[in-house]
Design a protein around this ligand. Structure first.
Ligand SMILES: C[S@@+](CC[C@H](N)C(=O)[O-])C[C@H]1O[C@@H](n2cnc3c(N)ncnc32)[C@H](O)[C@@H]1O
Length: 143
């Protein structure tokens, strides 16, 4: 499923606010979030691959790897840059008891809860979990 339109609007605004030029996305699918990113950054944005050079990263892939993506992206995104994760409310199931959740959602729900707990105490970032779409967590790298 593609990223929700309200989440996309916020992403576009964030990209413009931080004047993002170099971005990376994990989990492309329909290309909706990738296209809105491309339309929100300058046309002459430079592509140069080195560590700590990205302004913005967006993650919307396998939930079981969110913490792995977080660690990898902290090496790629510069201080002051943003790492944004989609689906961090996982259909609201993160706030429900496990027995109330359908079997097919349980594994990802556990991963998202572990991710949410981990980033909430991560001293390298500041975060906000916005209840837009399916939950959008914005992490700002501070060290
Ligand atoms: C929910 S969709 C992304 C939707 C996208 N944000 C959009 O707006 O259309 C998830 C995507 O993550 C990809 N994906 C899943 N596991 C992945 C992995 N290990 N590495 C890279 N991409 C992965 C899937 O193939 C799929 O394209």
């Amino acid at each position: 499923m593609s990223t929700a339109p309200d989440s996309g609007q916020l992403m576009g605004m964030l990209l413009k606010l931080i004047n993002a030029k170099k971005t990376i996305e994990i989990g492309v699918y329909t290309g909706y979030s990738l296209l809105l990113t491309a339309l929100s950054i300058p046309h002459d944005a430079m592509q140069k691959d080195n560590e700590r050079s990205f302004d913005f990263a967006f993650v919307d892939a396998d939930k079981e790897n969110y913490l792995n993506y977080h660690e990898r992206l902290l090496k790629l995104v510069k201080v002051g840059g943003l790492i944004v994760f989609d689906n961090t409310l996982w259909g609201g199931t993160v706030a429900q008891p496990e027995e109330a959740v359908s079997e097919d959602r349980k594994e990802s729900r556990r991963s998202i809860i572990e991710f949410n707990n981990s980033v909430s105490i991560d001293q390298r970032i500041e975060i906000v979990l916005t209840p837009l779409g399916d939950g959008l967590t914005i992490c700002r790298r501070i060290r």
